[in-house]
Design a binder for this molecule. Structure first.
Ligand code: 0GY
Length: 312
């Protein structure tokens, strides 16, 4: 049995907004919030010893409330680094979701095939490889490649989290990954640079040369220098990706917005960002419904992502 523990959240931590604005943009039926997290509660699901931050609790019930309020039908819950490789809070949220949530886990290379099967049964459909240095101590490539090979039999994909300045070092490694790959937060570009400039061109090239690579056009709040509510400086980056790769993009709130020091975004404003980056109802339907269904509920979408894009 897990021991009860209480945690003091970091002094600089910002708690999620409990009363977001009702968005003016109406989501299409079946919309999926394809990037969000659950934290704890810590007395039931302890935070990892090696964590880089202690968050506020952000339990599954609050995520469900937000989903209903904003008008999403489903969630994809991504394991956050504060829970390390203990995916228990994620699995609990998936099992209680009545099929309305799927998950992305963080696993160690010594995970057994039986444990992978159990995660699959709970609704996990991918693993996350985190290369953001302030969040993880190391990301040994040999063991990541080993995990990549072992998840293929389950049809899972890999979510990669990195910052743009590290892409040139990681480019070949990413290009060699054998599964569908999903990039978090537009590859974290420096938005003070041009969306048509050298740095972002490298990311666009990665997607152009590898049709198994997808992108989450998420987290304007994390990337923006111009700030809320419009996050105008992020629009050209997200729009370029949505318009160039309309069949390989996903959108999510990133609730409860871990590690944001500048401000806590209003999730209603984030939903209102969507029509600025996906201008037509066709692009919106792909971004919010068709693409996430193909990746996370392929049995319902008719076309699995791996069929249309092809595994490497
Ligand atoms: C995010 C962002 C962050 C944190 C994590 O796993 C995590 O701890 O994902 C971040 O600090 O940039 O939601 O992806």
């Amino acid at each position: 049995m897990r021991s009860k523990r209480t945690y003091q959240m970091d002094e600089s931590w910002r708690v999620f907004d409990p009363n977001p604005t009702q968005p003016t943009f109406t989501l299409p039926p079946g919309a999926v919030d394809a990037h969000c997290h659950v934290f704890g509660p810590g007395d039931r699901f302890p935070y990892a010893e090696q964590r880089k931050y202690t968050p506020c609790d952000a339990p599954k019930e609050k995520l469900q409330e937000l989903r209903e309020f904003l008008g999403f039908e489903r969630n994809v819950i991504v394991q956050a680094s504060c829970h390390g490789t203990d995916n228990a809070a994620l699995v609990d949220a998936l099992e209680q979701s009545e099929g309305r949530a799927r998950g992305v886990a963080f696993v160690a290379s010594d995970i057994s095939d039986t444990e992978l099967d159990e995660l699959h049964a709970a609704g996990v459909r991918g693993v996350r490889f985190n290369f953001v240095k302030r969040l993880v101590d190391s990301s040994p490539r040999e063991s990541l490649l080993d995990i990549a090979d072992r998840i293929q039999r389950l049809g899972w994909h890999i979510v990669i989290y990195f910052e743009a300045q590290d892409l040139s070092d990681l480019y070949e490694f990413f290009a060699a990954l054998p599964t569908t790959v999903v990039v978090d937060h537009i590859g974290r570009p420096d938005v003070t640079r041009s969306a048509d400039g050298e740095e972002f061109d490298l990311f666009v090239r990665l997607m152009q040369e590898n049709d198994n690579i997808w992108c989450k056009v998420t987290c304007p709040d994390r990337l923006s220098q111009s700030g809320p509510p419009g996050y105008e400086d992020v629009i050209p980056f997200a729009k370029r990706i949505v318009e160039t790769f309309p069949d390989r993009v996903l959108w999510g709130t990133d609730w409860p917005h871990p590690n944001l020091k500048s401000h806590m975004p209003d999730d209603g404003h984030l939903v209102d960002f969507i029509p600025k980056i996906a201008k037509t109802s066709e692009l919106q339907a792909k971004l919010l419904v068709n693409n996430p269904l193909r990746l996370y509920w392929p049995e319902e979408s008719g076309t699995a992502a791996t069929e249309s894009e092809g595994q490497k």
